[in-house]
Design a protein. Sequence first.
Length: 431
Amino acid sequence: MALDPALADRISASVEQGFADQVAHIQDLVRFGSVRGAEHAIQDHVFRCLEQRGYAMERIRMDSTAIAAHPGGGRIAPGHSDAPIVVGIHRPRHETGRSLILQAHVDVVPPGPLDLWSQPPFDPVIRGDWMYGRGAADMKAGHAANLFALDALRRIGLQPAATVTIQSVVEEESTGNGALMAHLHDYRADAVLIPEPEDEKLVRANTGVLWFTVEVQGTPVHVREMGAGANAIDATYRVIGALRELEEKWNGRKAGRRHFEGEAHPINLNVGRIEGGDWASSVPAWCRIDCRIAIYPGVKAADAAEEIESAVATFARSDPFLAKSPPVVAFNGFFAEGYELDEGSDAEAVLAAAHKRAVGVDLQSFMSPSYLDTRVHALYDRVPALCYGPISENIHGSDERVSLASVKRITKAIALFMAEWCGTEPLEHVR
């Protein structure tokens, strides 16, 4: 049943009423420098915020054995976060609506060189419509939108008439194991909404992602005898060339993939880190690169990993030095497959109606060539997994920023979606 227009107006007005507090809450979240492994403090803060509102609370620890046994588990390497997943659960008096998971992540990527920022990255400055800061867009604004959409209902004396599970996860930026751990803990719902910064659009298809390293061992000598040695850094650049050829080979497979064939370059290889050598006047004995590459939905991560290993090994056999000292490939993070969101679900129809009312235009969808936690729910829960969130700029870059007007619009959309999807009942003050 479509949402009553009068109720929709009350919900929208309630979001407006609470928006100053919501902005302050986003700023509080941004001030936590919650890079990988340093999310404990922000998760404690999130726990308190949910607990104060009366939600049933739980902390979930990472279970490396369970993650490793699951086909969607990211590789657990040094640096993997041990911060908990925080879950708050709203339970209605009468379960008459459809259940919902609202999920967001608190981990952020490193800020990079500070001199490229116009202000400190964890100082959430507001200039005009934009809030700046690492994580402001990706995705602490969406994290706050989940909570304040629920607050908007509470403010007018209502609550969802179905179970709503609020999941605050870690490891989204490196393995996806936080969302997977919640799945392994048996949290389920009829639909999932994750408000990543997606420019007020719905993600229709999403690539999978693999993280891997390549290590090359050289032969160290003094530079005066350079010809007698073997430069591991030079050799690594040759390996990168072979990986670029694989990247183009995979891009050539876009034909017939309706969400990808119109994209110029849907599969991207990123050599994100390189380190090697010990001394400027010594031929380097070692080099290591950290890489990320995307894969199409339907491609198994294990098959893609095997193809990467094969490409490196085949090239090495053709290289005079590497044939004697083969590179070592290892997978050290994302081992995630992509997904496509089926069209025509009730959940998408309800979100489209909520979006139209909140934003004033029809909901559009698109393909995102990035990792998203919605893959866990789409592939393993097999429920509508809706990734939809605010307008942003420079995520993962310097001066990351999010549009506050857009945050307000998508918070209204989430609140309206929840009211129709879950139904509403009078607020229960005592649980």
